[in-house]
Design a protein around this ligand. Structure first.
Ligand code: GCU
Length: 378
């Protein structure tokens, strides 16, 4: 109670008491990294599974296999090898395939990598031929700085529409939608599952350093990246770009221009699990808030970015979640976010294990964002 009150005091704009990430369900304070890992982290993870994103019916399927889609090709002026691979799986309801594109710099040692969950059309945004060079996926810049650039289209895993969970990976592994429960996985969980299958492939690639892989997503892809990095600890860095409601934005912060849980569930009824519907216009009943999603990434690296014109994503709420997640890094003797005042545009905070910046401009994943992500990863 006292801790909640203090959190409230520290943030006048919070409409309701924010649950304390370091108080366990039994009311006991969590004061060591061991207690975080044994007690509190599993509790928080379970809350996000059961109340927000839903439970996956399967993690790495026994049927998973990788098949080349094309012969490897030298690209980026001969500086990188492009691989195109089908990540294939089958279940009781049929088969699915994610088409992954990877540009891997030629190097003497294994290279670090970024995996982009692309929520925009493939041809224009993640063109494997590089005829369209969109800053959404700046392959040439990433390769020049020594990073492998990987991307897949989220719609390969699960189409972004509400069809009653029959198409995409939902239909593959749970062909009978009537068998779904209030905590069955939604579409964001499905996309995050897809990013984890990309990591399964990375683990077969000696040219990529699997211990230095970041997962990146924008907007709905940013919500997905956060859930992926929170639930799959193989990712060393998790990057949320303009993720907003259901992503980095603290629900209990009073930001009238930003998206609410009621609105997101109404317009995108397939993104979250059915239990999440309970919290529309009822944020105070949530046993969690989004700072706890970021906290699940500790002690690994996290980065949250906002854009100055993107009020819909609730920029101060995205920032506030970083501040409130930081005590978990301190349990490991590390710093979370360094800086607790909302920064001016284009002044990145990158000293601790949580990075944050507010880019000048609109809702987008821009070259400026990528450059800051690379600075942080460097
Ligand atoms: C809509 C939605 C957001 C989402 C965004 C996007 O604006 O309300 O929650 O982040 O689409 O994915 O671009």
């Amino acid at each position: 109670m006292l801790r909640c009150a203090l959190l409230l005091f520290a943030s006048a704009a919070c409409a309701a008491e924010v649950p304390d990430v370091l108080t366990a369900a039994n009311g006991q304070p969590v004061t060591t990294s061991e207690a975080w890992e044994k007690v509190r982290r599993p509790e928080v993870l379970e809350l996000f599974k059961s109340q927000v994103f839903g439970r996956n019916p399967v993690e790495r399927p026994a049927t998973l296999r990788f098949e080349p889609l094309e012969a490897d090709k030298e690209m980026v002026d001969g500086k990188a090898v492009r691989k195109r691979v089908g990540i294939c799986y089958a279940g009781p309801g049929g088969e699915g395939r994610i088409a992954l594109t990877a540009f891997i710099p030629k190097a003497a040692k294994p290279v670090p990598a970024f995996v982009l969950i692309c929520n925009r059309t493939s041809a224009k945004n993640i063109d494997p031929e590089r005829l369209e060079k969109n800053p959404f996926f700046p392959v040439e810049e990433l390769v020049a700085r020594g990073y492998a650039a990987l991307a897949f289209y989220n719609g390969d895993v699960d189409p972004d529409d509400f069809d009653g969970f029959t198409n995409g990976v939902h239909g593959v592994f749970q062909p009978d939608p009537k068998a779904r429960a209030a905590d069955s996985w939604g579409t964001i969980a499905a996309w995050a599952w897809g990013a984890s299958r990309v990591m399964d492939w990375i683990e077969t690639q000696p040219a990529i350093d699997r211990a230095r892989v970041g997962v990146v997503g924008h907007s709905r892809g940013g919500k997905t990246a956060l859930w992926c990095g929170a639930s799959d600890t193989r990712f060393a860095l998790t990057i949320s770009n303009d993720s907003g409601c259901g992503g980095a934005k603290l629900n209990r912060m009073d930001l009238p221009k930003s998206e609410s849980i009621a609105r997101i569930n109404k317009v995108f009824p397939h993104w979250f699990c059915a239990n999440y519907k309970k919290y529309g216009d009822n944020e105070a009943a949530l046993p969690l808030d989004q700072h706890m999603l970021i906290a699940l990434i500790a002690p690994r690296l996290a980065y949250v970015a906002s854009a100055s014109l993107d009020d819909w994503a609730g920029q101060p709420g995205e920032f506030r979640s970083c501040v409130l997640a930081s005590p978990v890094w301190q349990l490991y003797g590390r710093k979370g976010l360094v800086g607790d005042a909302f920064p001016a545009p284009d002044t990145p905070l990158q000293e601790g294990c949580i990075g944050y910046h507010l880019r000048t401009g609109k809702h987008d994943l821009a070259l400026y964002d990528w450059q800051r992500y690379m600075d942080f990863a460097d």
